[in-house]
Design a protein around this ligand. Structure first.
Ligand SMILES: Cc1cc2nc3c(=O)[nH]c(=O)nc-3n(C[C@H](O)[C@H](O)[C@H](O)COP(=O)(O)OP(=O)(O)OC[C@H]3O[C@@H](n4cnc5c(N)ncnc54)[C@H](O)[C@@H]3O)c2cc1C
Length: 501
């Protein structure tokens, strides 16, 4: 890998001695690729090389070193790639290779039966990654993406982070420029909730009565915020955060607000707290339990995140709930009251399964899918927050709410809609950002017997392992991005048979 190996002032076109290039993990094979990930410009030289691929240390995107293709989300666009020539002990970087083209792909170019048309229900992470992959795989038929959102697919994780903090402009948020949908011949129907799926007729019906036929369907409807029926909620400014419009509404209030209350110690709730503090708004967090995020990350990491927020001036009311709202007044179960310009609810989400369930598609705390992400109805697939799949790494059927998983499932579902029969076996990965602290997490551990910490959370340099039945099930890292990639790789090699139910 050229970037890890040579200093930036070296002119690689003039040749460089092979033995002067440090081994980036590819042995005596040499590749020359762009230095930065196309997702968030992560430094690829600090990532890891696995075979002839490189993985980004920030959000675990994976690129081919041979062609530059973005093989695994979250990056969707390729990195630049140059032809490399070796002449005796000299290595030369020659001309730039053409961008990998879908039509050049041998894998799916065969004569498999392809659907006459594809409808993608949902314009989020899974839906967009699927549409992108369908075209990359050379699918030429009509693709319609139907979304209840008013905006085209957006970088949802940013809505509680830089955008909410005022550090990202509006035009950073859309995943694709508007004209790319036309270029890729993807019909995009926005503000168009689908009210019914008719599996026998192979149609979907929109709330406005319009219908669309499909040869194959992907359900990628994501999840909806849980809404608590707090007495008096209609008298207060209560906000939820899922869409770009939701985030813009909170930004509008935050511009003049002095004090906000966040209800719920979830990742999204705490990221909102961090972004509001960055804007100078005073924040109180009201949450059940002793420590925020304890059930997902354990006591130590939960306490650490709480301490990071407290150092930035957030006040926690743990073990409490909001009993009523009255205008600006927020009453807590412990008897105290808070004054708030507005309230943000971050008490979790539930999978958006209503339309699928009505259609007779099997639902079990999420849409039940096979390892190929297909539902019980042939030709109808599901991906993302809405899907519960048989995870070969835990041996359980799991459903997660992670951006990268949703995109990767969209990609795999797309290939399977084209008949490739590729099992989904990625190790789940997510990240969360609180001020200047980013936590990365690989694996999946809903329960654990013990937590092992290497390093120090207080020094912000730690690897936290979640162990169950003697095996490492998940790893969270702070400032140890490479270790997180290595943990992902190790977990990829641990598979078990999935239990039947
Ligand atoms: C504020 C915020 C911050 C986040 N931060 C992170 C993070 O840091 N790291 C991380 O890993 N994950 C994060 N997540 C989670 C991540 O965004 C989700 O896991 C991911 O978006 C799921 O993708 P999806 O495609 O399944 O659903 P979504 O992206 O939610 O897309 C669902 C789509 O379906 C549409 N839809 C739903 N019902 C219908 C219907 N009946 N008809 C038509 N359309 C419908 C919706 O309008 C939407 O377009 C965050 C989420 C939020 C909200």
């Amino acid at each position: 890998m050229a970037d890890s190996a040579t200093n930036s002032s070296t002119d690689l076109t003039r040749g460089v001695r092979a033995n002067e290039i440090a081994d980036g993990g590819t042995g005596d094979r040499f590749f020359a690729v762009g230095a930065h990930c196309t997702h968030y410009h992560g430094p690829l030289a600090e990532g890891i090389v696995v075979g002839d691929t490189v993985r980004c240390p920030w959000h675990h995107a994976c690129f081919s070193l041979e062609t530059g293709e973005a093989l695994r989300a979250p990056a969707l666009d390729p990195i630049a790639c140059w032809r490399v020539e070796r002449s005796s002990d000299q290595v030369f970087v020659r001309d730039k290779l053409p961008t990998p083209s879908s039509s050049a792909r041998p894998r799916s170019a065969g004569s498999r039966q392809r659907p006459s048309s594809i409808v993608i229900l949902g314009g989020g992470a899974a839906g967009l990654a699927a549409a992108d992959m369908l075209r990359r795989e050379g699918y030429d038929g009509p693709i319609t993406m139907i979304s209840a959102d008013q905006d085209p697919p957006v970088d949802r994780p940013n809505l509680s982070k830089d955008f909410l903090a005022g550090e990202a402009k509006d035009d950073w948020i859309p995943l694709w420029p508007q004209d790319l949908y036309g270029e890729k011949r993807i019909e995009l129907l926005l503000g168009s909730p689908v009210s019914a799926i008719e599996p026998a007729e192979r149609t979907v019906t929109l709330a406005n009565g319009a219908r669309r036929e499909f040869g194959s369907l992907l359900i990628a409807t994501g999840a909806d915020p849980v809404r608590l029926p707090i007495p008096g909620h209609e008298t207060a400014k209560v906000h939820y955060l899922r869409s770009f419009a939701d985030s813009r509404a909170i930004v509008d209030l935050a511009r003049s607000a002095k004090h906000a209350v966040v209800v719920g110690g979830s990742f999204i709730g705490l990221e909102v707290a961090a972004s509001l503090r960055t804007r100078g708004v005073a924040v109180d967090v009201v949450a059940r339990g002793h420590v925020p995020l304890e059930h997902v990350m354990g006591t130590e990491v939960g306490r650490f995140i709480q301490s990071v927020h407290e150092a930035h001036g957030v006040t926690f009311h743990m073990g409490e709930r909001v009993t009523s709202l009255a205008g600006r007044k927020v009453s807590l179960s412990g008897g105290s009251t808070l004054d708030a310009d507005f309230v943000v609810m971050g008490v979790g989400v539930k999978p958006s399964t209503t339309v699928a369930e009505k259609a007779g598609i099997a639902v079990d705390r999420g849409i039940a899918v096979s390892e190929f992400l297909e539902t019980n109805v042939p030709g109808i697939f599901a991906a993302g927050d809405v899907a519960r799949w048989p995870d070969p790494h835990t041996g359980e059927r799991i459903r997660v709410e992670h951006w990268v998983v949703a995109e990767r499932q969209g990609q795999v579902a797309a290939r399977n809609m084209l008949g490739l029969r590729e099992p989904f076996d990625a190790v789940p990965f997510f990240w969360s950002q609180h001020y200047d602290v980013t936590i990365r997490y690989v694996g999946h551990a809903e329960r654990w017997d013990s937590v092992k910490i290497d390093g120090s959370l207080d020094r912000r340099d730690a690897t936290v392992s979640f162990i169950r039945g003697g095996a490492k099930r998940a790893v969270a890292t702070v400032s140890r991005d490479r270790e997180c990639l290595e943990a992902e790789l190790a977990l990829e090699h641990s598979t078990v048979a999935v239990r039947k139910s």
